[in-house]
Design a protein around this ligand. Structure first.
Ligand code: ZN
Length: 402
């Protein structure tokens, strides 16, 4: 052990040697400096690790979006599964105060529910503030096992439209949660034919479909030391879709694309950039399906860690990308979604600046994986499209601020 120590060249002894040479000592002669200090590495629990970046790089504050915008992906209310009531997660006045500060002209509340829940949501948000809040409806999945569901659900879209719904939102529960008898039996596939009248009704009524299918690729892998989202999954093991009877990520993606292929007149806003870890795959499908749009909510952590690929993606598909955040008031478990000033400032910084290596979520530890992101510095023309024009076209709205 002693012999080993004497021949071991550590960085520190190398530096001591260099200092000796500088002081004019002959080779082999030891400098009369303090004996080498043994610094013992302490074990550290990963959950306690909060490294602070030592980079001296620009930090741009973007308190307000450069242009008025539409946030196409928010959750401001929840309806009960029976479709009887709905609850606003934050009073409209509080939402509006943030929106005014951040230059958010319109927010689309995707989880408007159905039946009386939908009517309640529209009465609380859209009716008093018609230009600031739009509301989407949702499929009535608890009725899926009923014999005449397919036609009934198609007709129900018409009733929701009459009530004031501007689009349809489909949660990732389609493909991962909803089963033949709603909560038991085999999982119902995303491209199940029962939903065809629903997709067609959306085309006929000019209601875009905001669809979330599958989840991050890492959620379909074992929760182990190779999983890049280990901490997130370890904290929320129920978010994992690994094993059991869950389809693979790719099977879910492909089933959703078959729906797009079968209903070319229906516009689909594919939420969370469809598959944000695999932009070439998303691009291939954007080229194939003209009725496909993507939204960036809760995925700037993915887009921002591949900034060169993302920048090219925004250049090429600038007419098909929509601004969204997946914001939820008080969403404690998911800091990347907590509605408020800080969240929007991060999105604006990502889209508008070329800042480097910054947090994608307002949290002490990056919640979706331990990395940081790089701004895209989008030019004015693309920003205007992403912030407003693309969503406005799909929602039948006019010019920004008009
Ligand atoms: Zn969402």
């Amino acid at each position: 052990m002693a012999a080993r120590q004497s021949t071991e060249w550590t960085r520190r002894s190398l530096l001591a040697g260099a200092a000796g040479a500088a002081a004019g000592l002959r080779a082999g002669q030891r400098a009369a400096t303090a004996p080498e200090e043994k610094v013992k590495a302490q074990p550290l629990d990963l959950s306690q690790f909060e490294p602070r970046s030592m980079l001296h790089v620009p930090q741009t504050n973007v308190p307000r979006a450069r242009f008025p915008l539409i946030d196409i992906h928010t959750h401001l209310s929840w309806g009960d599964p029976k479709g009887e009531s709905s609850k606003l997660l934050m009073p409209a006045e509080e939402l509006l105060a943030v929106m005014d500060r951040k230059n958010i002209r319109t927010m689309v509340n995707l989880t408007g529910g159905y039946g009386k829940s939908l009517e309640g949501t529209i009465a609380m948000l859209h009716k008093p503030h018609p230009e600031r809040f739009l509301v989407f409806t949702q499929p009535w999945f608890p009725k899926v096992a009923e014999a005449d569901y397919a036609k009934w659900q198609g007709d129900e879209i018409g009733r929701a439209h009459k009530a004031g719904a501007r689009g349809l939102k489909v949660l990732k529960s389609l493909g991962l949660v909803v089963r033949e008898q709603y909560n038991k039996g085999p999982l119902i596939k995303v491209d199940d034919k029962r939903f065809d009248p629903m997709w067609e009704a959306c085309a006929a009524l000019n209601m875009p479909v905001a669809i979330h299918t599958s989840d991050p690729e890492a959620f379909f892998l074992p929760i182990d030391r190779f999983n890049e989202r280990f901490e997130e999954l370890n904290a929320h093991p129920d978010w994992s879709f690994h094993g059991k009877d869950f389809p693979s990520d790719r099977e879910l993606q492909e089933a959703r694309f078959r729906v797009l292929a079968r209903h070319p007149k229906t516009n689909f806003i594919v939420l969370h950039v469809a598959n944000s870890e695999n932009l070439p795959y998303v691009a291939e499908n954007l080229d194939r399906y003209r009725n496909m749009y993507v939204e960036i909510g809760a995925r700037i952590g993915e887009l921002g860690r591949q900034p060169r690929m993302s920048r090219k993606f925004f250049d090429k598909y600038q007419d098909r990308i929509l601004f969204g955040t997946d914001a939820v008031p008080h969403g404690r478990q998911t800091p990347q979604q907590i509605f408020g000033d800080r969240l929007y400032e991060i999105y604006y910084r990502f889209l508008e600046t070329e800042d480097e290596y910054f947090d994608y979520a307002p949290a002490p530890v990056p919640p979706q994986g331990r990395w940081r992101i790089y701004g895209l510095g989008l030019p004015e023309g693309i920003l205007r499209k992403v912030y407003w024009d693309n969503a406005a076209r799909l929602l039948g709205l006019g010019q920004a601020g008009a």
